[in-house]
Design a protein around this ligand. Structure first.
Ligand SMILES: Nc1ncnc2c1ncn2[C@@H]1O[C@H](COP(=O)(O)OP(=O)(O)OP(=O)(O)O)[C@@H](O)[C@H]1O
Length: 681
């Protein structure tokens, strides 16, 4: 169906030369608007090669380029790139011209990168043990990311209070990290961005000369990327930044809402401001709820997100956590695409278990990097249960995830490995028909601690059988101390992988489902149902779902404790030239993350919350303020004010707004109704 543009969209398409800032609410059709704008520029005689479009990720940029090829009926389309691919192009050109030293590119999932991070942490932080807990490494990696996002050298980090107030060992380790990259002639993607920025600042454009630059998702641009655009733009370049301040969710990577909400206009003079305030994705209840939440942030809400009258109703429901199996079964019967979104990977693991129990198909958006198999507590549980039931690991032979499960057991088992031991254990256990206790017994001989640990874990040697309740086996393992060595309980802003909560969730599920050990092991070890009439459920973290939409969405794990609003490790310093971060405890970023999550739904949104009497009272009274006391359910669900939003939304759909009293609607809902009236669509 051919879509006719709204007047807001048309104004952006026909923007003349000069800088522009487009503030777009979720689902407002940025893609179609930008495609039409480029089409208009090219039709007006602008050389496509002088147009650069910078997008957030590879798949979005590829889809956008494909759309341009169709619209322009040509392969001669403008340059559509991600920041990283642009940086890579600049750096490889500079290497070619011998301006830069030739180095190999290393991605963050390359084993060499992981080795360098570990080595630099061990040496720089003077870490005695060979095995470093993953949480410590993740915290250090976060520190590296922050330094690289602002191109801070180790010396600068040491003398800058925003960085040096962090752990001193991080600064030493960061210096070692930089030295090691240099030593091994390696360059990460972040290094590419920094070096590309320096090339551009030195006027080494290497053939780049753009009349128009369009940058999508500007709210997640960091300082280096912002500076790159500044260097690329010449006197006569028109830069158009498109984004949504309320969807800035990558502060830990150096993005800041005040870049799109201040810095852009400061550096790109006379920028004309446009709004895309009308969503085509979801109906009035969800628009009202998302506005209701996000207005609690300190960023002033100048325009509300309004549902376009052509948008179908979205059903929003709030359910108790305990009814997850029933809700997912009901979703599987609805038509269209389905997604399960969560702040933490622990909740996704719970959802995966439920899907397996219900025999529903699923896939991870991150290709399985957060799947059950990658979780230490699952490795411990599976290995432990296999030993209890069968007395050996035979069922893992030829299993494609054998290595992940054994690694989980070795990493979560609390062995405090010494140099080379973990590798030896893994190699030993990966050989066919190996005896777990014989391999470990041969390795854990050095220290008293390891011997003790080994003895504790082997205490489950006795054979149970497949009919035993899985929860019974879970308790045997727990008593034997299986889970005491598993990671941290905290969720940092970057790391959504909290293992303790994963254990809690597994326990809850095994208790309520009453499955026996045989069934449980089958559910985990079989690949899950693949073919089904219903679309596979997509599982994703809230960070990963940006820019996407599904017909039916469940946002799960909406517990206050799972959103690290006040978690100290979550607080990020920044050397932004604008001002200090607005809220230090991270509440605003977490609220934006919730906002991004709920605005992915088209027809149905299910919010899964823990039992919370306070929320029941809130909903009964149709309140939408921020609760003053600490809550069990996420405070943002309180703020969304579902009851009042559903009532106002019903009045709009039933055309009964006019017959009601003004006082039937809160001031805030009156604002929405006024804007809806005014919308000249
Ligand atoms: N003028 C229009 N009329 C009808 N539908 C439209 C119009 N413009 C866009 N749409 C539809 O709106 C939906 C959302 O568009 P799009 O995916 O571009 O949103 P977005 O602005 O990028 O959202 P987000 O910020 O959440 O990523 C799409 O299904 C698109 O086809």
């Amino acid at each position: 169906m051919k879509k006719s543009l709204t007047w807001e969209q048309k104004r952006i398409v026909s923007h003349e030369n000069g800088n522009a800032l487009v503030m777009a609410v979720p689902g407002s059709g940025k893609t179609i608007t930008l495609v039409k704008r480029v089409e208009r520029l090219v039709k007006s005689g602008i050389d496509p090669r002088s147009i650069l479009i910078l997008m957030y990720n590879k798949s979005v940029s590829q889809t956008f380029a494909a759309k341009l090829r169709v619209v322009l009926k040509s392969n001669a389309i403008p340059e559509v790139r991600t920041f990283h691919s642009l940086a890579l192009k600049l750096v490889s050109n500079a290497e070619h011209q011998q301006i830069l030293k030739k180095k190999e590119l290393v991605s963050s999932d390359d084993y060499r990168y992981a080795q360098i991070v570990r080595q630099s942490y061990r040496e720089g932080a003077d870490h005695k043990q060979n095995f470093i807990p993953s949480d410590e490494i993740e915290e250090f990696e976060l520190f590296i990311t922050r330094c690289r996002a602002e191109a801070v050298t180790p010396d600068e980090a040491a003398s800058d209070p925003t960085f040096s107030k962090s752990k001193p060992e991080h600064i030493r380790a960061y210096k070692r990290y930089c030295d090691l990259l240099e030593e091994y002639d390696l360059r990460t993607f972040d290094d590419c961005l920094i070096e590309a920025g320096l090339l551009l600042r030195g006027n080494q454009y290497l053939g780049m000369n753009f009349k128009h630059i369009i940058v999508d998702e500007y709210q997640d641009v960091n300082l280096i990327q912002h500076e790159m655009i500044r260097s690329l733009a010449k006197e006569d370049t028109s830069v158009m930044a498109v984004g949504d301040i309320n969807q800035c969710i990558y502060e830990w990577r150096g993005a800041r809402p005040d870049f799109i909400g201040g810095l852009f206009e400061k550096h790109f003079k006379n920028a004309k401001v446009y709004h895309l305030s009308c969503t085509f994705r979801f109906g009035h209840t969800l628009s009202l709820m998302s506005n209701s939440v996000i207005r609690r942030n300190s960023t002033k809400l100048s325009k509300l997100c309004i549902s376009h009258p052509s948008t179908p109703k979205t059903n929003v429901r709030i359910y108790s956590d305990n009814s997850l199996p029933a809700v997912l079964s009901q979703m599987s019967e609805a038509s269209g695409t389905q997604a399960i979104l969560s702040r933490t990977k622990a909740s996704l693991a719970e959802a995966e278990m439920v899907l397996r129990l219900c025999g529903l198909p699923f896939r991870y958006l991150d290709q399985g990097a957060s799947s059950l198999y990658k979780r230490a507590e699952v490795g411990l549980l599976v290995v432990g249960a296999l030993m209890c039931v069968y007395g050996n690991l035979g069922r893992l032979e030829n299993h494609p995830e054998k290595q992940s499960l054994i690694s989980g057991f070795l990493d979560g088992g609390g062995f405090q490995w010494k140099k080379g031991q973990r590798k030896e254990a893994l190699n030993g256990l990966m050989t066919a028909n190996t005896d777990l206790w014989a391999v470990l017994g041969g390795i854990c001989v050095g220290s008293h601690y390891q011997k003790e640990r080994f003895e504790k874990l082997t205490s489950v040697r006795q054979k149970d059988n497949e009919d035993a309740l899985a929860i019974g086996i879970f308790y045997i393992l727990e008593k034997a101390g299986y889970f005491t060595g598993v990671g941290s309980a905290g969720v940092t802003r970057r790391n959504s992988n909290d293992k303790y909560r994963g254990i809690e969730k597994i326990e809850k599920l095994l208790k309520s489902s009453k499955v026996n050990a045989g069934t449980f092991l089958n559910l985990i070890l079989n690949s899950g149902r693949r073919n089904d009439d219903c679309e596979p459920f997509v599982l994703s973290t809230l960070h990963g779902c940006k820019g996407l939409e599904w017909d039916n969405v469940a946002v799960i794990g909406l517990h206050e404790k799972d959103f690290p609003c006040g978690y100290p490790g979550a607080t990020l310093g920044s050397r932004s030239p604008v001002k200090e971060p607005m809220v230090k405890d991270g509440t605003e970023e977490e609220r934006r993350l919730f906002y991004v999550g709920i605005t992915r739904a088209k027809r149905q949104l299910n919010l899964m919350v823990p039992a919370d009497e306070g929320l029941a009272i809130w909903l009964k009274n149709a309140w939408d303020s921020t609760p003053k006391k600490t809550t069990t359910a996420l405070r943002f669900v309180y703020e969304a004010g579902w009851t009042a939003c559903a009532l106002t939304s019903d009045a709009i759909y039933n055309n009964s707004v006019e017959v009601k009293q003004k006082s039937d609607f809160s001031k805030f809902h009156q604002w929405y109704l006024r804007d809806l009236q005014r919308l000249k669509v």
